[in-house]
Every structure is written in C-alpha cells, then in structure tokens.
Ligand binder design. Sequence first.
Ligand SMILES: [Zn+2]
Length: 75
Amino acid sequence: MKCALCEREAIKNGYCDLHGSAYENVVKTYELWKTALNISWKEYLSEIVKNPLTGEWAKKVAEHLIKKEANESGA
Ligand SMILES: [Zn+2]
C-alpha cells in the first residue's frame, strides 16, 4: 500500500514515515489548540493550511484530511 500523499510505502495511518510523523504532529498540536482555543478539528485544519509558518509536510497532511472530512460527511 502506498502513502496517501506520495509514492512511498505507507507504514501507518495510510502514510509513509515522513507524512506519518507530520500527521502525528498535526494531531498532537490539535490537542494543545483544542484546550487553549476551543477550536474544532476542521477549523484547526484550515488554520494549518492558511498559516504561512506551517511546514510543507504538515500542510499536505492537513489538506488531505480536509478532503477526507468532506468526503466522509458526504459534502
Ligand atoms: Zn508520504
């Protein structure tokens, strides 16, 4: 199985090691944001994408998660 975002082999959560650790950081950081800002997962993801300080890896993961959310909610 390939990574959802690149041609590398997926190791966990459907991502390769690099996108997988970016994904873990995104999830971990959300825990902090949620506590501090009372922000929803979707809002948080769009903040990541908009934020010029976000690394490229995390941004790609966030964009992918937004698309996934949209598909799953049938929107
Ligand atoms: Zn990847």
